[in-house]
Design a protein around this ligand. Sequence first.
Ligand code: NAD
Ligand code: AHE
Ligand code: ZN
Length: 375
Amino acid sequence: MRTRAAVALEAGKPLEVMEVELEGPKKGEVLVEIKATGICHTDEFTRSGDDPEGLFPSILGHEGAGVVVEVGEGVTTLKPGDHVIPLYTPECRECASCLSGKTNLCTAIRNTQGQGLMPDGTTRFKMLDGTPIYHYMGCSTFANHTVMPEIALAKVREDAPFDKICYIGCGVTTGIGAVINTAGVEIGATAAVFGLGGIGLNVIQGLRMAGADKIIGVDLNDDKAEMAKKFGMTHFVNPSKVENTVQAIVDITKTDFDQIGGVDYSFDATGNVKVMRDALECSHRGWGVSVIIGVAPAGAEISTRPFQLVTGRVWKGTAFGGAKGRTDVPKMVEWYMDGKIEIDSMITHKLKLEDINEGFELMHAGKSIRAVVEF
Ligand code: NAD
Ligand code: AHE
Ligand code: ZN
């Protein structure tokens, strides 16, 4: 069939909206009509050429929601008409990782996914001249239709609005999951969140749900503070306006009883390795846990004095907030529909596919939290 997609032809170039050829679902695969997709900073990371795994031409996008159109041979858990959220972290429920009970990082299709291919090693997308187009994070939601493995689709309730729940496909689940699944934040904890964008705001929302006490937001852009306050931020630090960011955070947490100071939990949602170091070092001596969410440019490395870890701080990372997609994403949709989590106000811009490059411009200008493309 033919469908419309925004294609990343070359690193660093704007996406080009065009008709593409899409082959139908093979064994274990599902054809999905994408109804809406968010634009996450990770899409920009790959579009820009910063991603060491980046392949071109490709159809980016991994934060979508849509409807099943057709299922391939052997598909048993989905049928045409089902509403689904694509999962860049699948859940096969059979591999060593899924069965370990210790991680959400299903390995069933990781190799081919990282190569921009479907599990059988081929692509379903082609240009009209026959040139293969790579898949992206196993999702490619910047297309009106896409083909996904059955194990990479979460079935969700049908009354949930696509233009909001697409954000659960990455940002909402990553931010809230980082707090609940990865950090395991407890009532009364103190926390610092670096980067108050589409992910950081959801970390803040997760911290409020977990009952955190002091929630310190950190961003270079003062304009991000207002929205963060609405989601539960209690203190704001702009690193460009203080002499020492780590000290400023530590000072906020000091009490008469605890003169050492430092947050119980910190989160990097910037992708900047210097920020990741600050996030670790502002966490409390003896027990602070720092969670890396941000994705760093090709070749970047993190560093700190080993003494920071010797004295009890713990450095962790999280992908998709530690969530098991087919199990946890439908629950997250329920939470949204029950009013337990807020999404609507974070979707600051709605765009048509033709205008998708505006979404990237808004992100660079720091004007959007999430821009969502509706088909
Ligand atoms: P975003 O562009 O919406 O937000 C980034 C925020 O960080 C902005 O508000 C920006 O002003 C702020 N910032 C940038 N540099 C800073 C600095 N030096 N100090 C303080 N603040 C700074 O991006 P997003 O969509 O929220 O994504 C954030 C990061 O998380 C990206 O690196 C993205 O690739 C990554 N990510 C990771 C996962 C995962 O599963 N681990 C999932 C989604 C996104
Ligand atoms: N390809 C990059 C890494 C990109 C990355 O870390 N992706 C995250 C999801 S970010 C969502 O917005 C992830 O889940 N990674 C785990 C995986 O298996 O891909 C690189 O540095 O090579
Ligand atoms: Zn993302």
